[in-house]
Write a new protein. Sequence first.
Length: 588
Amino acid sequence: MENFIVSARKYRPATFDTVIGQAPITTTLKNAIKSQHLAQAFLFCGPRGVGKTTCARILAKTINCVNISEDTEACNQCESCVSFNNGQSLNIYELDAASNNSVDDIRNLVEQVRFPPHNGRYKIYIIDEVHMLSASAFNAFLKTLEEPPAYAIFILATTEKHKIIPTILSRCQIFDFSRIQVSDISAHLLSIAEKEGIFTEPAGLHVIAQKADGALRDALSMFDQIVSFSGAQLTYKAVIQNLNILDYDYYFKITDYLLTRDYSNAFLVFNEILQHGFDGHLFINGLSGHIRDLLVAKDPITLGLLDVTDSVKAKYAYQSESADAGILMDWLSITNQCDISYKAAKNQRLHVELALLKICRAGLSSASNLPQAAMPLASTSPLAKSSAEKPDVAVASSSDANAPSLPPVPAEPEKTSVPIPKVVSSSSPIPGGGIFRISDELSSDQKKKQAELSTEDQIQNISTADVPFSGEDLHKAWHIYAVEAEKQGKIRLAAILKRDLVLKENNVLELSVPQIEASELKDEKMALLEFLKMKLNNQSITLSILVTKVTRNEAEIPYTTEEKYAHMLVKNPVLGEMKSQLGLDIDY
């Protein structure tokens, strides 16, 4: 049986022109050889599988070649090239620093440098994984590396440049190898498949190139593995099955269900993915990437950033038309939070399903941005008819039994609802998970005014004017915020909010506070103002904080435990005697 040679060795580049994806580096090296401006030490660094050792060997062979071609390539025919190709060269040494990293190993190398080359102009030393050398070995190598004999050249290769001491780096010409592009890897795999007589699908080669993450050697290893699995037919289906990769179609399918808020079918797709042996964490990461790609595909200018085939790009561009950018960003936030807390979840399947439910819920506030098929009962809903005539108004579907009853609101998401962290009415919890909705706490007067308006009049009124409010409505909203601040442990803020609030003309609110309290209220001003606007359904509210002159008594108000005890002790000296007799301490 003929010995099998893996593709990474069989098709290893032998000349500079056959190196894939490192044109700037190979051009620089060829020019240095042509102009005879060779440094005494080179450092090749970069990720694995990008051609560092390969370029080191090509450079070593070329500078010792007797008959260098016009395009600065080795002839592969002279005695030096033949001996190198056969692994018998006496002028080119390769040292693995991972296993030869002691001071004695470097001393032996330094002793060899003293002897001139046997046949040729240079003695080249290739030291792979040089970052594995010990600190003592590096120090022993410094002098020789800085001032070697004229015939000695050192080529160092490493994947971790940051581990090499600065004194070594300063003595080398540094070449940073980049990750190889997906298109270059795909083209190289296609050329190898044609030479081997293997039928391939472009989508399959593209997936291999993506999975390799810029490492050509990894791509060739996966290529050999899949060829062994599928024979001479390298198809897209065989690639995703062998490499345990989720198909794009799963994400396109589940996104369609999420856009239509069909969580039942979304659950069925997720269950199918789990039955195929895929992990929930892999799925949620892939869904995040899919949502990101949809965002990128919304603009034709950024569509080229998608690292997929042209047919898949067309799918992304088509599906992105049905999804609003604001919704997609909300989805990304949900999937990112699910990814962060996935490992800590005890029921991980439920954790992912809950994220899918939240994604479906996130689409409620932007139902008008969905395609017509995504809005059930659109033809029978009177609100839907009016929204069709007024495109700037978004209406939640009346078929959603779980959705809270909302008055018509403008389509801009920042005006429909404002996230208020943990600001909840004391009478009833807020549906939707922390999003304060307008209809949750309307006063009786406001409900009466809205009931008097027809559906279309409500839409016109809310889109053009703010709903008026009374002093009682303002007091209730202000009290809710103060109570919730106290629940969250913001005692000083709650005390500040209990001060008298003055309602001026044009919905201007004035609050007078001493200077010592103004800074704390300033940090809370924006959240408080947005809460009041949303609570009272009035965007014209403004909050003015008046800083009053600090009096002596206010400046001496005790806040810390020690200050309070000292203040009490002045009024009642008996407390000091009781503290000393009973051996009491101040409770911090």
